[in-house]
Ligand binder design. Structure first.
Ligand code: NAD
Length: 473
């Protein structure tokens, strides 16, 4: 809990939950059960550093809910990791999965290290040891708990996890499904890497296509021409910026750890990324203006603000200075409950994290299904669809006496690749979830904001599942 924060992260999730729970009619006992973290595993293990010293590592895995199996949620490597944070993130995962209709319970893991302070060899040892600790306590497995990447981790760490798990569980045919976010060569699915950023884009695009919502905000419908600011140029921030820019929005501000830059004519995230790689900083990007502090980007005049770095970055202190009309919570927990109150008063629409950044877990679900089915998406139908399309096109051309261009032929004939199916499944998921939440909000005038509507959607689904399961014994 920081000095300006009256609540811990987990308490702020509980507070948002309670606000929504009051608007539902479920048994208070069921609501208490949903809110609680079912299992918290705190561990310590030693690791030998490259210089020969031994360091004790603190790590966690939290399983918030088992109303559906397996539990699902990322693993974060950060110096800020603590039990409260992991519990909060695990509970958000339960609600997130329910909202986007992904049949998992919520989980989350964390290792309290700054990965920048460790060599690749040391990181591999830490990741593998963490995995074997999870195996020992039955806290990982395709039907138990399935981790994924989060802040500070990526494909590389997931490959180490699946390799460690498979070596400790010889003969387990579904071992590849013990973790998602793996490299494609290790059982990963195409489209996973960009999934969270693309989901953020699909969710905000759907909101921007709602005429009544845009009219209230004084904005035109559609993404084209919207001014966007993104905080964090990591996996989620980079891909969010990319998809907004490609759809015709202008990314006028970008913030990173070391500072922030702005350009009213728009920034290209890939060029900024390359500049940062070359110079070690986002600052002094050609044609852009440096901002005094990285947090200044959050207060820029813009239409859409995408915080895609860490939690609690918009709080009671700086929320009154936020000028964006829409906030798209790409990160987990970037806005505090105090900030939410300010947004309600100022008429700012905050599109909440627990559904907006569900692209990662949605595509993780597709990856897990692929691992369990042992077949690549599109393998069975791609060729068949292309042959059918060829026959249909041939018939149309024969009947009309006209020929389509080569480019049109390519588009019409194309059978779905894995990435096409994954993107399409994600688009469908995000559009459906956005509409379900907006419907709940519109139909209940007591719901003050979209976060509460999203919580109500989650509570409806999880409570129904608990009620139907019955309480044992
Ligand atoms: P990442 O490590 O790839 O990127 C985070 C970036 O934020 C880094 O580049 C870091 O330097 C930057 N950053 C840190 N502090 C900052 C600050 N004060 N100002 C500006 N930039 C700062 O992590 P990620 O995977 O992109 O995750 C980002 C957020 O999105 C986290 O909250 C995570 O929980 C959430 N999230 C990630 C996924 C996923 O699939 N990766 C899915 C759902 C939610």
């Amino acid at each position: 809990m920081s000095s300006q924060q009256p609540y811990s992260f987990f308490q702020s999730v509980e507070k948002s939950f309670d606000k929504a729970a009051k608007l539902t009619k479920f048994d208070p006992g069921i609501l208490e059960q949903i809110k609680a973290c079912n299992s918290v595993y705190q561990m310590r293990f030693p690791v030998k550093r490259d210089n020969g010293t031994i360091e004790v590592i603190e790590a966690y895995r939290v399983q918030h809910s088992q109303h559906k199996s397996p539990c699902k949620g990322g693993i974060r490597f950060s110096e800020e990791v603590n039990q409260d944070e992991v519990m909060a993130l695990a509970s958000l995962m339960t609600y997130k999965c329910a909202i986007v209709n992904v049949p998992f319970g919520g989980g989350k893991g964390g290792i309290k290290i700054n990965p920048r302070n460790y060599s690749v060899y040391e990181l591999e040892k830490i990741t593998r040891r963490y995995t074997s600790e999870l195996v020992k306590k039955n806290f990982i497995g395709p039907g138990i708990d399935v981790p994924a990447p989060d802040y500070g981790t990526g494909e590389r760490e997931m490959a180490w996890i699946v390799d460690t798990y498979a070596s400790l569980k010889p003969g387990e045919i579904d071992a590849a499904g013990c973790v998602t976010g793996k490299p494609v060569t290790q059982g990963g699915v195409r489209g996973r890497k960009e999934a969270t950023g693309l989901g953020v884009f699909f969710g905000i695009r759907e909101v921007c296509n709602m005429q009544d919502v845009m009219a209230k905000l004084g904005l035109s419908t559609g993404i084209e021409g919207k001014r966007v600011v993104v905080q964090g140029l990591g996996n989620v921030g980079y891909h969010s910026a990319k998809f907004f820019r490609e759809a015709g929005a202008k990314v006028i501000g970008l913030a990173e750890y070391e500072g922030a830059i702005m350009n009213p004519d728009g920034l290209n995230e890939e060029e900024v990324f390359q500049h940062r790689k070359k110079t070690g900083s986002i600052l002094n990007f050609p044609g852009a203006t440096n901002l005094a502090k990285n947090s200044d980007a959050l207060e820029m005049e813009c239409d859409i603000l995408i915080p895609a770095a860490l939690e609690n970055v918009i709080n009671g202190e700086n929320a009154p200075r936020v000028k964006a009309k829409i906030i798209g919570e790409a990160a987990n927990g970037p806005c505090t409950p105090e900030a939410d109150e300010v947004f309600i008063q100022k008429g700012i629409l905050c599109v909440p994290d627990m559904y907006l950044n569900a692209g990662g877990v949605t595509v993780s679900y597709f990856e897990w299904l692929k691992n369990l089915s042992h077949v690549r998406y599109g393998r069975m139908e791609k060729r068949f669809t292309e042959n059918q399309n060829s026959i249909i096109l041939g018939q149309i051309e024969g009947l009309t006496g006209k020929k389509v261009t080569e480019k049109e032929r390519g588009l019409i004939m194309h059978g779905p690749d894995e990435v096409d199916l994954v993107h399409s499944g994600l688009e469908e998921t995000m559009i459906t979830a956005t509409r379900e939440i907006m419907e709940i909000w519109k139909n209940n005038p007591d719901i003050p904001d979209m976060r509460t509507a999203a919580y109500v959607s989650a509570i409806n689904k999880v409570a129904t599942s608990y009620s139907e399961l019955g309480i044992f014994p």
